[in-house]
Design a protein around this ligand. Structure first.
Ligand code: ADP
Ligand code: TRP
Length: 328
């Protein structure tokens, strides 16, 4: 089964992204023979308008994937804009996409509410996402719950194309990370870069320490019995075994455990947990041309998979021979 997923380069990765998404995505690398992960830089154009920042964030996502264990020999890692054919397919697909289908997408409305400009790219973004997936006829697409609707749109668009022309596209199966626990942020809400309540995975140690120390707690004194149903204990639990959790929770309920101690322990565990990934990231960071080679090689391999599928779609819809054939 061909597995594909993409990440927008729109900010620093936080531990919610890791436990909620990245870790699960990378586990699929072990189970499936063909896995593609891409950095959705075309998509980021709907929200990031700073060219230098996009280039930097794009490199950052590539480094994050490699740091977290993406093996470029097994999985294909590529930058979306190195495969400009997706834009061609997006156009073809847009001509079989009813306006109503896009008008129903909640992410568009959500983003407008967040203050993002209501331009055509933002509105049409689910069509580009459909092209990202269908250009490989990917069978399985791991995404968070927020992207579920876009996968339904992709299936709908694929069906409409197949019905209008020929059976070119496979309907992708979503792999929705529904039962993954939501990682709370330092203020108790869901950890999210839009709430400025994150603990960055690979941030400067000082910034991580600051975020951990800022986790909101109540004013129960050290001697008092404490509820463990709080973001501090939930975050701490991410880095503890079941046995350690039982012990810590018993101490919290009994009283005599200070929040400061839990925060310090959380910080130590967190730094330890991500230490080898951080080292791997630093190593790749020192070798920018090797990183570029990985992305180029990824794009080449991705292109080889995509080209015949796009060709089939062009043929089915009666378009002329492709540029590649003309140039040959
Ligand atoms: P953010 O909310 O910070 O903008 P994104 O929407 O870019 O994060 O997240 C990418 C993916 O990471 C989501 O689809 C979701 O699966 C996962 N994710 C984000 N925040 C959390 C969280 N707090 N807990 C669990 N998973 C999360
Ligand atoms: N839209 C996704 C997000 O914002 C990223 C994405 C773009 C994607 N194209 C994709 C995910 C194709 C999976 C498959 O998180």
């Amino acid at each position: 089964m061909r597995v594909l997923s993409g990440t927008q380069p729109s900010g620093e990765l936080h531990i919610g992204n890791y436990f909620g998404a990245l870790r699960q995505y990378l586990a699929l690398q072990e189970k499936h023979s063909e896995v593609l992960y891409f950095i959705a830089d075309y998509h980021s154009m709907t929200s990031v308008r700073d060219a230098k920042l996009r280039t930097k964030l794009c490199r950052g996502v590539a480094l994050d994937y490699l740091a977290c264990g993406l093996d470029p020999k097994r999985a294909i890692l590529y930058r979306q804009s190195d495969l400009p054919e997706v834009c061609e397919l997006a156009w073809i697909l847009s001509t079989v996409t009813p306006m109503g289908l896009l008008e129903r997408c909640v992410s568009y409305k959500d983003k407008i509410e967040q203050g993002i400009a209501a331009d055509h790219g933002l509105f049409a973004y689910p069509v580009l996402m459909a092209a990202d997936i269908l250009i490989f006829n990917a069978g399985l697409v791991p995404v968070g719950k927020d992207q579920k609707q876009h996968l339904e749109v992709t299936r709908d668009i694929a069906q409409r194309f197949n019905h209008a022309y020929d059976e070119v596209f496979v309907l992708p199966e979503p792999y929705i990370l529904d039962d993954v626990a939501i990682v709370p942020g330092t203020d108790g809400r869901k950890m999210s870069k839009s709430y400025a309540n994150t603990i960055p995975m690979f941030g400067a140690p000082g910034a991580i320490k600051k975020a951990v120390m800022e986790i909101v707690t109540d004013s129960t004194p050290v001697e008092g019995s404490k509820s463990t149903d709080t973001s501090l204990f939930q975050l701490w639990s991410l880095f503890a075994t079941a046995e350690e959790r039982r012990e810590m929770f018993a101490r919290a309920q009994a009283g005599g455990l200070g929040y400061g101690e839990v925060k310090k322990d959380l910080l130590a565990r967190l730094m330890d947990y991500f230490a080898s990934m951080r080292a791997r990231r630093e190593d790749w960071e020192k070798r920018p041309s090797d990183l570029e080679d990985v992305l180029r090689d990824g794009a080449k391999r991705a292109r080889a998979v995509a080209a015949p599928i796009l060709e089939k779609a062009r043929e089915a819809s009666g378009l002329g021979v492709s540029r590649e054939t003309i140039l040959r």
